[in-house]
Every structure is written in C-alpha cells, then in structure tokens.
Design a protein around this ligand. Structure first.
Ligand code: SF4
Ligand code: SF4
Length: 475
C-alpha cells in the first residue's frame, strides 16, 4: 500500500471528539510542554512588537488626533485618525466587509497564520500568561505534579503568586480595553475618582477583569477551539491548496522508532513517533491526524519536530507550513481561481471604500420636527414649529454652521439666529423655530426646504415639514 493510500485510510475517529474533553465530559486539562526553536523565537519577538503596539495604541495620535478609538457606546469610531460618526455607518460597513473578505482571502491562502502569530488571545495566552506559569510552576510535568499534590506551603505560595500576577495583568488588560472604548482621558477620569463617582465605569472594569481572568486562567485554548467564530469557519475557508502547519505524512509514514545512522530492512518513515509534537501543542491535538479545526497554527509542533529531526539526523520540516496538495503532489499552487475571484472582489470593495471616504461630506446635519408637537399659534399672528438639529463636524478645524429657509415666508428663531460655532471633530445639538405669518399659510402640512451653510456657503439642502392651521378667511 502506498503512503498516500495509507494516510487516506487513516482512522478518522479523532474527529468525533475534542482533545480537551474526556469521554465522560470532564475537562482534559492541557499541559503543553515548553517549546523552543526558530519559530518560537520569532513569534516571541513579534509578540513584543504587537503587545507594545496594542498597549501604546490608545496613546498614539496622528496629527494630534487619536489613532484608534472604538466607542461603541456613542457609535463613534476613530480609525487611523479618521473619525467615523453614526452617519458614516455605511462607510464603516464597507470597511467591515473589506476586513472580512481580506481575512477570508488571507485564510484561503495562508490558513490560520493570524491565530498563531497575531491574535491577541494567543499573544496573551502563550506569550504572557503561559510564560508566567512556566516561570512559577515549571514545565508541563512539574505543573501536573503541583496540581496533583495536596495543598501545602509550596502549592499555596506558587498558586497564590500566580493568581496575584494574573489578576494584576487582567486588570491591566481591562483598562486597555476601556481606553480603546472610551479613550485615555475618560479612562483616567474613571479610575482617578472613587468607584461611587462612576459606578458604571467601575462595574465595567471589574467585569472585564473577571472575564480576562476567567479566560486566561481557566478557559484558555477553548476560546480558540470552541468559541471563536473565525476558528469555526476554517472548515469552509480552507481547501487543499491552503498553507497550514501540516505533517508531511508522505515522508513521515509509516511512523515508528528509528535508530540514528542505521538502514533498516523495511525502512520506516521519518516520524519516530516520539509524540513531542503532541506534547507541545497548546490545544492538545495530534497534527499527524491531518488539518484540524483546533489547530491555531502556533508552530510549536514544527519547532519540536525540527529539534527531533536534527537529533536523529533527518532533514527538518517533517512538520512545516505546507498545503495538502504540496505534500501529496510536491508543488504548491497559490493563485487558484478562488483566490483570484476573492482578490478581484476585494479590490472592487477597496475602490468603493476609497470613493466613499473621499466624497463623504465634511459636515453633516439632521433636522427633525420636535416630537409630540404640532404648531404654536402666537399672539402676534404668527405660526411657529419647533425643530431639533444635530450637526457633526467631521473636519479637524472649527466651523461656522447655519440653517436658513429657502422660502422667504419663513424666518428662523434660535440662539444666535441659527448660526453656531463648532469645534473640530465635534457634535452639536440645537433647537430652532421656523416662523411664518399665519396669513401666508397655504397648506396645513407644507414641505419646506432648509439650507445648511458652512462658513457662509451652502453645502446641503434638507427638506422637512411645517404644520399650520389653515388661515381664517377675513369677511
Ligand atoms: S515530533 Fe516529529 S517525529 Fe516526533 S512524533 Fe511528532 S512528527 Fe513524529
Ligand atoms: S498542531 Fe501544531 S500548530 Fe497546531 S496548535 Fe498544535 S502545536 Fe500549534
């Protein structure tokens, strides 16, 4: 039987269960062995860079403006210094579509490389919390022993120290998330006063801290294997040309113990079945079973296997970044029709997004009649309607804004006579009356055109309704 056929007839029973759940439903705690090697070294360097960037993010500015703010409460987002207001939802939707398509395209070609190298969950879990755990409790076997032993001085000290550090880091991450949501200044305001001054902020911080502590102390790899929707999508995104962390079964099988510098009668494959690749896996899977949804492409098994291969004098790369087809047929195909199709749609979306961004108005306004009110009849024989106006200044500079009726029968009554000064990147909410002589009323519900002026220049025209009683006929 050829090696390929052997692999295709491989027992697929492993797909029926999760490596982290025992047959009786109990959690199968994963104790990944410490790993070292080329990929781990570069992942560590990259993690320093990305974590540094993540923590610096809320403080970064572009031309004096926040670099990134995701204020979901006020639906105000600042991305690379560009402010997006609720009125820009359609542009944000495009941005979201582009992001989703980019992720799909990237995944189709490069698999879950993001999960292993750049996802904040992996960065914090593997490069922060796990390292602290190794430092305090030791490698996998020592951790197993510590967990199995009864509570004594050593266990209390080690577990206590770890928990204190984990709580502090979770608190720090919670503050970071808050800074991304409401901005650095408001976060400092929230934490500088007593909790009673800002109960919502305090509760939010505690809730985030609790969630992070739960995730990084207990839930761990299950975020990737059970919860993360991106992980669940792998089944439909990946195909046989996608590059993943893969085991070269053509070279590796039949697996079995081999001795260095020996030629056996029936030669075995290069896999010596040492299971080190399984022992280092943070999601507890055996990559030799093939591509699995639980694999976050962390490369730990590559490093572990390369070290083994060097020891047994075989070429490294038995586990490597490769597609199923490249292992089976020996060549890698990157530009498939699927990739080209996605790329084309992505380019179109990017073009449309740039177009929307360039043509979006610098100033926007919404005008609505005051709810629950019809009209007011004044003693001087005039009729008025009350309106609410919201201006959004998307520019970085101050602006003068004004509302004016096109029809000269109407006049505007407001603070400053419908003439407002706005700060850059700000929102202004105001009210004004539209006033008309009762004798000039032609209909009980009349369409009225209002002009929006920016620094004295008309930039938009908004239509609204004016309600009035029909004029009384003079005898
Ligand atoms: S580490 Fe390499 S040699 Fe060892 S079991 Fe895994 S694939 Fe086989
Ligand atoms: S199989 Fe390898 S790459 Fe995938 S999660 Fe496990 S160790 Fe990481």
């Amino acid at each position: 039987m050829s090696k390929q056929v052997e692999n295709s007839s491989h027992n697929e029973a492993f797909r029926d269960s999760l490596s982290t759940v025992k047959a009786d439903g109990e959690r199968n705690w994963v104790y990944p062995k410490k790993v070292k090697g080329f990929f781990y070294k570069w992942r560590t360097y990259l993690s320093w860079l990305l974590l540094g960037f993540l923590f610096a993010g809320p403080f970064l500015t572009i031309g004096g403006k926040t670099f990134l703010l995701l204020n979901i409460f006020e639906r105000r987002f600042v991305i690379f210094g560009q402010v997006f207001w609720p009125q820009d939802t359609h542009i944000l939707l495009f941005l979201l579509l582009i992001l989703i398509l980019f992720i799909i395209l990237f995944t189709v070609v490069f698999g879950r490389v993001f999960c292993g190298w750049a996802c904040p969950q992996t960065l914090f879990m593997e490069m922060v919390f796990r390292k602290i755990e190794y430092w305090i409790e030791g490698d996998a076997n020592q951790q197993r022993k510590l967990n199995a032993m009864s509570w004594n001085r050593e266990k209390i000290l080690k577990k206590g120290a770890k928990m204190v550090i984990f709580v502090l880091i979770s608190l720090l991450i919670a503050h970071l998330v808050m800074a991304y949501l409401i901005g650095v200044e408001k976060t400092f305001q929230t934490i500088s006063g007593p909790p009673t001054d800002n109960v919502t902020g305090f509760v939010g911080l505690m809730a985030f801290t609790g969630i992070f502590l739960f995730v990084f102390t207990w839930f761990r790899e299950q975020v990737c294997t059970v919860v993360c929707p991106y992980g669940r999508l792998q089944g439909v995104l990946l195909d046989t040309n996608s590059i993943n962390v893969s085991y070269d079964y053509v070279r590796g099988e039949p697996r079995g113990k081999i001795k260095k510098h020996t030629v056996e009668e029936s030669p075995k494959g290069d896999c010596i079945d040492c299971t080190l690749c399984v022992q280092v896996c943070p999601t507890g899977i055996d990559i030799r079973n093939g591509v699995q949804m639980e694999c976050v492409n962390c490369t730990a098994c590559i490093d572990a296997c390369d070290e083994v291969m060097l020891k047994v004098d075989r070429p490294t790369g038995l586990i490597r970044y490769a597609s199923e087809n490249s292992i089976k047929e020996g060549h890698q195909k990157l530009l498939t029709p699927r990739v080209m199709g996605y790329s084309l749609v992505l380019l179109l979306l990017i073009g449309a997004f740039i177009g929307l961004l360039v043509t979006r108005t610098a100033l926007s306004a919404t005008i609505t009649r005051f709810r629950g009110m019809t009209y007011q009849e004044r003693t001087d024989g005039q009729i008025s309607n009350l309106y609410e106006v919201t201006f959004i200044n998307k520019t970085f500079g101050p602006q003068n804004v004004q509302v004016r009726a096109v029809d000269e029968r109407y006049s505007i009554e407001a603070t400053g006579e419908g003439n407002w000064e706005m700060e850059g990147q700000s929102k202004l909410e105001g009210r004004f009356f539209l006033v008309m002589d009762a004798q000039a009323v032609a209909q009980i519900n009349e369409k009225v055109k209002l002009q929006l002026l920016q620094n004295g220049e008309v930039i938009d025209e908004i239509e609204t309704n004016f309600m009035a009683p029909l004029p009384k006929k003079n005898d």
